[in-house]
Structures are given as C-alpha cells and as structure tokens.
Design a protein around this ligand. Structure first.
Ligand code: SDX
Length: 378
C-alpha cells in the first residue's frame, strides 16, 4: 500500500467522490447539484433546496407539497425530549443542547434500516422537522418559559422564528431567513460534513451522524465563527477603531473571525448575498451601526491580507442578519446547524450508496520497543 504525502488537516486531499455540491475557490463559485447558489437563493426555498440536495433532483409540485406536509406533521418533539431539555443548565451553550437532543432522537426511532428507502426518508423528514423545534425549545426553556408548539399554518422559516420569538415574523424577515437557510445548507467537504461521512461510514443511525456533525460545527474555526464575529465587532466598537484594532490583531497573529477560508481565496459568494439581505433588513427595520464597522473592517482587511487570499466568508455578515431578526447571538451557530442538516443528510445518503468505512492511516512518529518501567523506578 503506497502512503500518500501527509497534509495537515487533509488540506487538498479528496476524502470522497461526491455530486452534491461544488466550490470553485478561485472564481468564488458555489453550486448545489450543479445549480448556482445565487439562483437558488433568488428562486428556491430551503425545503425545495433540501430535497434537491438529498434526492439529487428538483421536486415536482406534488413531490414538494408531500415533502412539506410530512415535515410539517413531524415538527413536534417527544415530551420526554422536552423534559430532558428542562434538565439542561440554562447557562449551557445551545450547540451542546442541540447535540444532546439530536442524539436523543435516536432513542425514539428504530435504528439502522439503512437499506430501506422509507427509513431513509423518515429519518430525513424527522431531522429536518425537529431540529428547529429543539433549538427554539431550548431558547424558551433556558428563560424559564414553556416552549410553544409549532404552527402548522406557518412555513418552515416563519414557524422557526415564531417558535423562537412567540411572535409571527414579518414576511420579509421570514423570506430572508429562509434564504439564509438555503445559503448555509451545504458546502462540499467541510469539517462537519466530513464528520458526518466518517460517522455514517460505520453504518450507525442518522441521529448519531447529525449529533457528530453538530459537535464539529460548534468550533469557532467552523460554524462557531458567526457568533464570534458579533463579539469582535462589538469589541471594535466604532469605525474609527477598526484600523487600530486590526493592527493590534495582526501583531498578535490572531485570526480575524469571519475571514479566510480553506477553499475560497476570493470573497465567499454567500457573504455577498448575505450582505444584500442585511441591507434589505436595515432598509425596512433600521440601520445597524455594526454594519458600518463590518464594511470598514472588510476594506481594511483587504488592504492588509488580500495577497493571502483572505476575504469575508459566510460567517462574516450572517450574524448581522440574524441580530436584526431578534435571534440571540449564541443561537447563530444552531441556526447554521438547522440549515446544514440538509447537507449532512445528503452526504449521509451518498455515503451509504457506496460505503467503505473511513480508516485512514498515519505517519508514526513515536518510539519502538520502549521498556515498561515499574512505577517505583520512575
Ligand atoms: C466555515 O470548509 C468550509 O466550507 C466551512 C464553511 C462551510 O460552509 O461549511 O465555509 C463554514 O467554517 C467558514 C470559516 C469560518 N471560520 C472563521 O471565520 C474563523 C477564522 N478563519 C480562519 O480560522 C481560517 O481562515 C480558516 C480556519 C477558515 C481556514 O484556515 P486555513 O485554510 O487552515 O488557513 P491557515 O490557518 O493555514 O492560514 C493561512 C494563512 C496564515 O498566514 P501565514 O501563517 O501563512 O502567514 O492565512 C492566515 C493565516 O494566519 N489567515 C488568517 C485568517 N485566516 C487565515 N489571518 C487572519 N485572519 C484570518 N481569519
């Protein structure tokens, strides 16, 4: 067996063959099943895009209506999961609550009929339907309130915002939130999707696959960056302080949250779309001074780091959109997870299609034939 050259973080090493999405990091192109993200953001919905990602084709009207109806029916969660979530400390991070409750779903549903398309569809529907309900439920319960039941008369995005805020959202806010979900749904072999595929390759249940991916997404170098961006903008505090702050950050060789990407060496196309969505919200609901700070920081970073291909990524402007919708900062990554469940499930299904358990090798750097020294002699 030939050992390929080792690359830290498997940079540039293909981990699978996949037809789900495609990124051109030099051109700033993202396609889901060959369709450009700009077109899907403009004309599709998150559930239609989820169907496309998971089953590989855009649904007919009847297929989409059936899919939407099934998801609407399964939005409610078991009372035992709610009871379990009541025991979670309100100071715990919502991503930890989500990982625990996603794994707990597996306790209630039959496991591993992975060769049965009906089981696959059931798991897809249940996870897409219940993850938003669990995110919203933890938010209300950590404030000491009872969670509200999902509303069957609201669409997917509007229902989540309703469950989270206990108010029916403005139609523009609901549409923009749905577009945000589409933008975050899938992104080739990112860290959390890689986790999902590795976990899927052992033929465990889909709930464990999603729980594994949620844990990976939570990190600040991955999905957790959207929360860190707001903290960073608040720390900068004013447009005037942007450049002094940046100088200090670069001197400390600290990473600037929301910037840089392993693949994109130009501005993430999703960041451009999110900027436009933010501006639509500001026009209707009032400006956010942190947007001015973000624009100035983007200009300043381009001056300093464009030569390294460091530009805004998907996490840079998403938080400003979510803030304007009243979503708490520490729920930004759970919102990312709500969307990315579609991509993780698409990769779960694709992995099962031609599975081989992941078991890479390593380059051993330790010693051999070492003595086991008795404790009294150590
Ligand atoms: C997501 O993979 C995906 O597709 C992820 C994602 C998806 O949809 O799933 O797109 C979502 O996770 C977006 C990324 C969110 N994370 C952040 O915003 C955190 C800040 N970004 C960095 O941590 C970093 O850019 C990464 C982790 C995203 C990518 O890191 P790489 O590819 O490993 O790059 P690197 O750390 O090797 O850096 C290369 C150079 C270094 O400089 P030198 O040592 O060569 O001089 O670029 C510099 C780095 O210091 N650099 C940065 C930087 N990112 C890279 N310098 C300052 N600020 C940054 N953000």
């Amino acid at each position: 067996m030939t050992v390929c050259e080792y690359k830290p973080g498997l940079e540039g090493i293909p981990a699978a063959e996949s037809s789900i999405s495609y990124v051109d990091g030099q051109q700033g192109i993202l396609e889901y099943r060959g369709i450009r993200i700009e077109e899907l953001a403009e004309t599709s919905t998150f559930l239609e895009t989820s169907y496309l990602l998971i089953w590989g084709t855009l649904p007919t009207t009847d297929e989409l209506t059936k899919f939407e109806d099934e998801i609407r029916f399964h939005r409610r969660i078991k009372y035992r999961i709610r009871d379990m979530m009541k025991c979670f400390p309100e100071t715990g991070h919502p991503m930890d609550a989500l990982q625990a409750s996603a794994a707990a779903l597996g306790l209630f549903y039959s496991r591993r009929a992975l060769d049965n398309p009906a089981y696959i569809r059931e798991a897809v529907v249940r996870l897409l339907a219940k993850i938003p309900t669990m995110v919203a439920a933890f938010e209300l319960m950590r404030k000491g309130n009872d969670p509200v039941r999902p509303r069957d008369d609201l669409g997917y995005a509007a229902n989540f915002l309703y469950m989270l805020t206990e108010r029916e959202p403005d139609p523009l806010a609901a549409r923009i939130f749905d577009i945000c979900l589409t933008l975050h749904a899938e992104h080739t072999m990112n860290a959390s999707t890689f986790s999902a595929r590795v976990t899927a390759s052992t033929l465990t249940d889909p709930y464990a696959v999603v729980a594994s991916a949620v844990g990976t997404l939570a990190g600040p170098l991955h999905g957790g960056a959207n929360e860190e961006v707001i903290t960073m903008l608040e720390e900068i505090g004013s447009v005037e302080n942007v450049r002094p702050w940046l100088e200090n950050c670069l001197e400390r060789k600290s990473k600037i949250m929301g910037f840089g990407h392993r693949v994109y060496k130009v501005k993430d196309p999703r960041a451009t779309i999110l900027q436009n969505l933010a501006e639509q919200l500001f026009e209707k609901f009032g400006h956010d001074k942190y947007y001015d700070i973000a624009l100035e920081l983007e200009r300043a970073v381009e001056e300093k780091l464009a030569h390294k291909g460091i530009y805004p990524n998907v996490d840079y402007y998403s938080g400003l959109v979510y803030r304007k919708m009243g979503i708490p900062t520490d729920l930004f990554t759970p919102v990312f997870a709500i969307a990315r469940v579609a991509g993780w499930l698409a990769h779960w299904k694709e992995q099962l299609g031609e599975n081989r358990i992941f078991r890479p090798t390593q380059i051993y750097t330790g010693s051999h034939n070492a003595p086991c020294i008795p404790i009294e002699e150590r």
